[in-house]
Design a protein around this ligand. Structure first.
Ligand SMILES: *Cc1c(COP(=O)(O)O)cnc(C)c1O
Length: 417
């Protein structure tokens, strides 16, 4: 196997929203920090420590450069889950109104279809006496500045709205929401895990106070993330979740994951350099994927706003097929389904449900997310597999026959069983 190549037999990887392949150039940058420059970045007395610190400093500059920040505003974490927890709990507890154990400690605004790494910290804060408003998107999946504006109260202390949704790729009005929060002196956090590295980001222009993102969603290593924490106009303070040693301006103690951080930095640098061309390339591929599937079959629906979506991600529902059978029929494609059948629950995706997608169409949806190694040949093969699987399943569907005879399925009264 040539260096950096992918084994032939493995399925086509179209699950880049779940995680990405670590770029071999990133791995190369990391390697010396395992075995040669293995010092503790906090060791001040010898060259091993200085080398490690240099590596971390470079990564901080690379990460800051990608988002228009100052390197001092980057806090290293273990990933976007931790960054979200630190941002949301850290800000809420720092800017809380009343003492612990009381109610009415402050109001937080987020949305129902955020990632669990935002929703679960918000739920914990509710148990600690904070009020949380969960905004509902429209059928297009978007959260607008107007929706946020309508939810703000005198006691609102924090707004957390993701930049791009991880299941449907829709892009929220983050700069407008940020502006609104700045005008009202409310702290604004965004989970930008699916956005940063793919789309241009400028924390000044876009009015961001706190922003989470993760290495493994942008061709870096797993287990390393960053939180942008604004230092000026206004200076954002956070209560730490992890105490001990006072690393990262006291916000996140613990010996720095030097290798991971170096990889994260390199991944940021590569994304910045290749962003424009790569975004265009992937958008073309995604359009081909969507348009060919929709041209070839009926009752195919794209979930989420038509235009305001990430270039590389699509979430498509296929009517008259059963979700699990569809997944079984496309084993040569590694992707996600809108049904959580594979996990413990049988619930369809809560994200799709929040858009008003019915259970059937949610179960029979696919999230296909392209990435740096996706090729047109792979897209062609995926189109062929998906279309064949859907067409095959529909030949066995009595409902699809009825549909073809012009009968509106939704008007049929089903007998309970
Ligand atoms: C993947 C993801 C996370 C979690 O990131 P980890 O680094 O895996 O903890 C959080 N939010 C969004 C939107 C994601 O896509």
């Amino acid at each position: 196997m040539a260096k950096g190549s992918i084994p032939d037999q493995s399925p086509i990887y179209m699950d880049n929203a779940a995680t990405t392949r670590c770029d071999p150039r990133v791995v190369e940058a990391m390697l010396p920090y395992f075995t040669e420059m293995y010092g503790n970045a906090s060791s001040r007395n010898h060259s091993f420590g200085w080398q490690a610190e240099d590596g971390v400093d470079t990564a901080r500059e690379q990460a800051a450069s990608l988002i228009g920040a100052n390197p001092k505003e980057i806090i290293w974490t273990s990933g976007a889950t931790e960054s979200n927890n630190l941002a949301i709990k850290g800000a809420a507890r720092m800017y809380a109104r009343g003492p612990e154990g009381t109610t009415g400690r402050g109001h937080i605004v987020t949305a129902v279809h955020e990632h669990k790494a935002v929703l679960d910290p918000c739920k914990r804060l509710q148990r600690e006496g904070f009020d949380v408003t969960y905004l509902e998107p429209g059928a297009d999946g978007l959260i607008t500045a107007e929706m946020v504006s309508g939810a703000l109260r005198d006691d609102t202390i924090l707004v957390s709205i993701m930049w791009a949704n991880n299941e449907i790729g829709t892009i929220n009005e983050v700069p407008e929401i940020g502006k609104l929060c700045h005008d009202r002196e409310i702290v604004f956090h965004t989970d930008a895990t699916q956005w940063v590295g793919k789309m241009p980001t400028d924390v000044e222009r876009d009015h961001i106070d706190l922003m989470s993102w993760s290495g493994h969603k942008m061709y870096g290593p797993k287990g390393v993330g960053a939180l942008y924490v604004r230092r000026r106009r206004p200076r954002i303070r956070l209560e730490a979740l992890v105490d001990g040693g006072g690393h990262e301006r006291g916000m996140r103690s613990g010996t720095l994951n030097v290798t991971g951080i170096v990889g994260f930095g390199k991944a940021c640098e590569l994304c910045q350099a290749e962003m424009d061309a790569e975004g265009e390339r992937l958008l073309k591929l995604r359009r081909k994927l969507e348009q060919t599937l929709m041209g070839r079959m009926d009752v195919v629906a794209i979930n989420g706003h038509e235009e305001k979506r990430l270039p590389h991600l699509t979430n498509i529902s296929f009517g008259f097929v059963e979700g699990e059978s569809l997944m079984m029929g496309i084993k040569n494609i590694a992707c996600s389904s809108g049904s959580a059948c594979t996990s413990a629950s049988l619930e369809p995706s809560y994200v799709l449900k929040s858009l008003g997608v019915g259970d059937d169409l949610a179960h029979s949806s696919l999230r296909l997310s392209l990435g740096r190694w996706s090729t047109e040949a792979e897209v062609d093969e995926a189109i062929e597999s998906i279309a064949k699987a859907v067409e095959h399943l529909r030949t066995m569907s009595p409902l699809y026959d009825l549909h073809n005879e012009g009968i509106d399925i939704s008007t049929i009264e089903w007998q309970a069983h």
